[in-house]
Design a protein around this ligand. Sequence first.
Ligand code: 13P
Ligand code: SF4
Length: 304
Amino acid sequence: MDSPKMQQQIKELAKQKNALILAHNYQRDEIQDLADITGDSLALSIAAAETDKQIIVFCGVHFMAESAAILAPDKTVLLPNRAAGCPMADMVTPETLEEMRAAHPGVPVVAYVNTSAATKAHSDICCTSANAVKVVKSLPDNEVILVPDRNLGSYIDSQVDKKCYLWPGYCPVHDQLMVQQVLTCKQEHPQAVCLAHPECPPAILEHTNQILSTGGMLEFVRNSSQRQFIIATERGILCQLKKDNPDKEFFFPDYEFICRDMKLTSLEDLLTCLQTMEPQIKVPEEIRRSAFSSLQRMLEVPRD
Ligand code: 13P
Ligand code: SF4
């Protein structure tokens, strides 16, 4: 079956089953094209929490579908390709986190949403790249434990007046970008505004104009009168950037910038998942209730 035919079939089946298709900004273009909602981790979590549709098809990675299942326990949450994970989310476990807690008694744990449900359940509050600084500032405590991303953690540390204890995790995709690659791109496009995701190493962030979530980048570019942008994040974001801004130009540093896991989900996976209602993502109720408190606490932090 060719792609347009398959896309049509997916749309019809989703309508028939009253399913909501969510796609992260890093998904393949053909998946983003047919999603009901595209967005960053925060926007998609909110969409999952607020939808009145009974079935949520989450085109993203495992922790994202798990967050939807935590926030919408009465819904059926599907992850079209079960193998789509996030290596960073696996870099902290409840057991290792409890060791860190024991070393800093009474200090609250802020878990990036790129964590498992079990880790969220052992945390006090969650954050995404879109609200991390606000979440940490909202806490009354003078000290915080930030897991699992050392790069996001170090960025938060630079923005708040609190003692931050960082975890040594990292995103294998963003962490490998090198300063020289950004500098070369800036030399080649001296007029371009440089936007970077906070998962990039601190040495990269020093050379950028704006540090934003993927949703923040899309909003910034839409509202900017500038015409050229250097984008330091996964290439999938180009799909929405081009759709929203056909007259603007985008450049990526000379680096592959592809998240293998985000590219796993295919149209075939999506079609099969709607036909079979598998694979479903379920979270044991005891873990879900605790993880829900951490996510809910995050969603209660005023957005602006
Ligand atoms: P955003 O929430 O900014 O979309 O980031 C998610 C992610 O996995 C970045 O690597
Ligand atoms: Fe995880 Fe990095 Fe992929 Fe985001 S880009 S899903 S943090 S591996």
